[in-house]
Design a protein around this ligand. Structure first.
Ligand SMILES: CC(C)(COP(=O)(O)OP(=O)(O)OC[C@H]1O[C@@H](n2cnc3c(N)ncnc32)[C@H](O)[C@@H]1OP(=O)(O)O)[C@@H](O)C(=O)NCCC(=O)NCCS
Length: 191
């Protein structure tokens, strides 16, 4: 339903649990996400069910990123969370392409632009913000390419792999996104 050139954002199903599980308990990936603690298969199913519930409640929109051209494989996740329907803002809290071999190929950017089009042109949010560890240059470069701007640094906020690091706060306003991308067609090629 919400597709870019290479990816489609779709709801997660409990039938995704095995694929999700096969990628999830991996420190290389989870070090960048809010919690690096391992999950059991049962917890993954409960997690997917809770995301379905939050989606229905409109309190979080958690999408699977599917490769939409050839493999139709579930290759990552992206979400909008901490949504305020009064201020009309949200945060991107979880975003990753599971396999390192699929990173740097444009899937992440495609999925982020599709998510922002959903946030601004479907939900009519005013601001989307996120926090990213300052050494994560690949992610910061992607966000800048998708109209996010660096709004400041929280010093030594994160702790990863034995070291503290700064966290960069970034945001994008609806008007910034519209100026660059306009209103993207839903479903087909968009970039
Ligand atoms: C961050 C992440 C989601 C980006 O997805 P991706 O598919 O790898 O990103 P893309 O291929 O769309 O690349 C986006 C930009 O980063 C650039 N990039 C790619 N690899 C890079 C690298 N190793 N170093 C610096 N920049 C790089 C690309 O050139 C591209 O910029 P461009 O549009 O100017 O060409 C993905 O790398 C990932 O899952 N990383 C681990 C988890 C993570 O860090 N999540 C973010 C937490 S805030």
């Amino acid at each position: 339903m919400f597709s870019g050139q290479h990816t489609r954002l779709r709801r997660l199903e409990t039938s995704d649990a095995d694929t999700f599980f096969s990628h999830w308990n991996n420190y290389e990936l989870r070090q960048y996400l809010p919690s690096p603690l391992p999950s059991s298969q049962k917890e993954i199913i409960a997690f997917i069910e809770s995301k379905e519930h939050q989606f229905r409640e409109r309190s979080e929109f958690f999408f699977g990123i599917e490769e939409c051209c050839t493999t139709k494989e579930l290759i990552g996740i992206i979400n909008l969370e901490s949504i305020s329907w009064i201020s009309r803002h949200a945060f991107v809290g979880s975003f990753c392409i599971f396999k390192p071999s699929l990173r740097g190929k444009g899937y992440g950017r495609d999925a982020m632009v599709t998510l922002l089009d959903f946030a601004f042109n479907v939900l009519d949010l005013h601001v989307v913000a996120l926090m990213v560890e300052s050494p994560n240059k690949q992610a910061i470069r992607l966000y800048e390419n998708c109209c996010f701007t660096n709004r400041g640094t929280l010093r030594e906020l994160a702790y990863r792999n034995g070291k503290r690091c700064n966290v960069t706060i970034m945001d994008v306003l609806k008007r910034d996104f519209i100026e660059r991308y306009g209103i993207l067609p839903k479903g087909d090629s968009i970039l």
